[in-house]
Write a protein that binds this ligand. Structure first.
Ligand SMILES: [Zn+2]
Length: 258
């Protein structure tokens, strides 16, 4: 009965689209696809990257392309990338991803990041692709923005908060989506700027690297205490090195409607 199956599939697509449009209007649902949820040298998890509603990428830990493909996310559908900082676990998925964009064209792509974002990514891609990078670069409608205190990128209003992460310039982002705030931290210690980043947010994605305290990361105990200080906020912990934090953590390739 191919006709009926085709009709059912078409109806399913229509109702799914209607549901997404309605909930987006109401601000009820944001779809988060966790491509990776591990710290840089985790043996158990991939490096961190999150796709929001199929069009916003939060950090770019490797690998991006096969994980987008597995989750049915169109790599050409990304409009804007927010980078928290330039450690390898957060940017090394970009050279293959940008090569894909260069080979396939598509819509404009904006990259928002800490100071020096354009020079850093040019360095990274020159290292990866040598002289060939120039040709690929020319085929992408690519622009860069150093994150100010607030701004707008690809129609997304954001605030950026400098976070404490050792010697790195690190930015957390508060994205205003459908009347709610989604806060994303990247890597950080638990200092007052992190509390400012998450204050009043509906959903927070932030790190919980290991049980032990660290000079540059958030421990499991600190993560639990942070969540306790903001009881009205939903916390999604990532950047886990190994094991299972007692307060839970998101998993590689997990998709959540929040
Ligand atoms: Zn880092």
């Amino acid at each position: 009965m191919p006709v009926r199956r085709g009709a059912a599939a078409a109806w399913s697509i229509i109702t799914e689209r209607m549901f997404r449009a309605l909930t987006a209007t109401l601000g009820a649902v944001v779809r988060l696809a966790f491509l990776g949820t591990g710290s840089a040298f985790s043996l158990e998890r991939y490096n961190g990257a999150v796709v929001v509603d199929g069009r916003i990428l939060l950090d770019a830990g490797a690998p991006l392309l096969p994980h987008m493909h597995r989750l049915g996310i169109d790599p050409l559908g990304i409009d804007v990338i927010f980078l928290s900082h330039f450690h390898g676990g957060h940017v090394l998925g970009l050279p293959p991803y940008l090569l894909h964009r260069g080979m396939n064209g598509g819509r404009a792509l904006q990259v928002v990041g800490p100071p020096g974002v354009e020079a850093k990514l040019e360095q990274l891609n020159l290292l990866a692709w040598g002289e060939d990078w120039g040709a690929f670069r020319g085929r992408i409608d690519l622009s860069f923005e150093e994150a100010g205190a607030s701004g707008e990128a690809a129609g997304v209003h954001y605030e950026a908060v400098p976070l404490d992460h050792g010697s790195q310039e690190c930015r957390g982002y508060r994205l205003h989506l459908g009347g709610r705030v989604l806060a994303y931290a990247g890597d950080t210690t638990v200092t007052p700027p992190l509390d400012r980043l998450v204050d009043g947010a509906a959903v927070v994605i932030t790190e919980a690297t290991a049980p032990e305290p660290s000079a540059v990361h958030t421990s499991w105990g600190e993560a639990e205490a942070l969540a306790a200080r903001h009881p009205r906020t939903r916390f999604l912990f990532n950047h886990v090195f190994a094991g299972r934090p007692p307060m839970g953590a998101v998993q590689d390739l997990q998709v959540l409607d929040v």
